[in-house]
Design a protein around this ligand. Structure first.
Ligand SMILES: CC(C)(COP(=O)(O)OP(=O)(O)OC[C@H]1O[C@@H](n2cnc3c(N)ncnc32)[C@H](O)[C@@H]1OP(=O)(O)O)[C@@H](O)C(=O)NCCC(=O)NCCS
Length: 178
């Protein structure tokens, strides 16, 4: 099966929303509103069109990933720009075929090309370490809500990108996190 990863375009929006909704339908740790989050983020300042990507198989959209801009704020209110991975989703009938992994790797590559040094996420502790994610606590980085440490992860896209970075992640308002 040939998988093609490309930038999302406006004509994809409807299909992508439906894909995200069905991918998260049976996810126990989901609010089942991820497709609405993506719709809000597309209209936000945090949105980077090149980092909104779809996976196609036989010209059908079967996967989606979005990286949006976030800030890591240290105790002196100094800000570092980073990215949040939210969400990554693959159509249920296409899961377990490496498409999620491919989306993550291609999104990392594109983010690196655009000059970003790191990506933060909240996710399954067994899935993301194989792509190089480590616990945010190893870097002194915290997410701004109560979640198990094992699910708070970050990757350095370039060597030592987070060497002098620590603090609290500030999400764009579209995430609805205070
Ligand atoms: C998570 C998701 C994007 C992975 O995509 P995928 O194409 O199925 O993943 P891949 O084929 O690249 O990787 C499959 C591997 O991930 C593991 N995996 C998949 N989902 C997992 C999960 N929820 N928890 C732990 N491991 C998981 C599989 O066991 C498999 O492991 P292996 O490589 O050791 O055999 C997809 O399962 C999905 O859309 N899930 C519902 C939405 C979701 O939970 N998204 C992530 C939160 S933002």
């Amino acid at each position: 099966m040939e998988i093609n990863i490309r930038k999302e375009v406006q004509e994809d929006f409807k299909k992508v929303s439906e894909l995200i909704r069905t991918a998260f339908e049976s996810e126990e740790h989901s609010d089942h509103e991820e497709h609405f989050l993506v719709e809000r983020l597309r209209n936000s300042d945090a949105f980077i069109p090149e980092l909104s990507m779809v996976a196609e198989a036989d010209h059908q959209i079967v996967g989606y990933i979005l990286l949006t801009k976030i800030i890591i704020e240290d105790e002196n209110q100094k800000n570092y720009t980073s990215l949040a991975l939210a969400p990554v989703a693959v159509s249920p009938e296409f899961q377990g075929k490496g498409i999620g992994g491919k989306l993550i790797k291609e999104a990392h590559q594109k983010a690196k090309e655009l000059g970003f040094g790191s990506v933060v996420l909240l996710g399954h502790e067994n899935y993301y370490p194989k792509f190089g994610y480590k616990l945010t606590k190893e870097f002194g980085i915290r997410l701004p809500f109560e979640v198990p440490e094992a699910n708070c992860m970050v990757i350095e896209l370039t060597e030592n990108a987070l060497q002098n970075v620590n603090g609290v992640v500030r999400y764009p308002k579209e995430f609805g996190i205070e």
